[in-house]
Design a binder for this molecule. Sequence first.
Ligand SMILES: [Zn+2]
Ligand SMILES: [Zn+2]
Length: 307
Amino acid sequence: MDGGIFCSFCKSEAVVTLAYANSCMCKKHFCEYVEKRFRRTVREFSMLKKGELVGIGLSGGKDSSVLLHLMHSLSKSLPLRLVAITIDEGIKGYRPPTVKIARQEAKKLGIMHKTYSFASVYGYSMDSVMKGKPQEAACSYCGVFRRHLLNKACKELGVQKLAIGHNLDDVSQTVLMNIMRNEPMRLLRFGGVAGIIEDEGFVPRIKPLMRIPEREIGLYAILKGIPIKFQECPYAYTAMRQTVRAQLNEMEEKYPGTKFRILNSFLEIKKIAKPPPPKERLKYCEKCGEPTNSKICACCKLVEKLD
Ligand SMILES: [Zn+2]
Ligand SMILES: [Zn+2]
């Protein structure tokens, strides 16, 4: 890639320059570097225990596919049982190709794979939910269904931890957005990095890729032959996140290491802050039994409205 630039560790040709680490790396050293950081993050937060049944949220995008591969290799030294879980939101043209990649990748690694679709569980695909609705509503509808279904699926499968492919960019964007919206309590509640049990109705989530920048996950996928599908959801409407993403990339360019420092500040603050009080005592939805803070959960309310 960078002709004439050599690995800081072995003098082979470099495939990447990492400004924040002040080094250039060849394919071998870069891949080892990514794998090491993934493992170190798992250890640092004691995310996983030997023998656990771990669900992997597998959308078929690059982040979750890389996560699948890294979890698979980790499971050779730390015995884990893995199950990949794909949520099919029912979005024509966008979802079917990634569902196919998800199935293929799981099969390639011999990992059990389960697909759950909005249509079969709730009776509505995202395409049918969105008929005649403003685009802005899409992500919140989709998010309500996806969270509900993932949690429900994990419990049905007996999954003890759910690993999701959020990378350093996702996490640092979320931290900044919470500050920009003056939502400090929400920020402190934004844990989920370490798989802490917040309520027995929720399957704890872990984010083992949170210390890996998005561009490095992309490069890792390319170098390892993991398929990447560049495709944007047709309903994507995340104005603020897009702006924050662009600004963060610009800052990272000017001040290398910015994204890491934002994440680390957040982790430090979280350590010394008083744990935020739970929003309200959790109840369980009268219709579906999932945790909620009202009588009927957001998901069941949404289905009712659609019916
Ligand atoms: Zn090297
Ligand atoms: Zn419900």
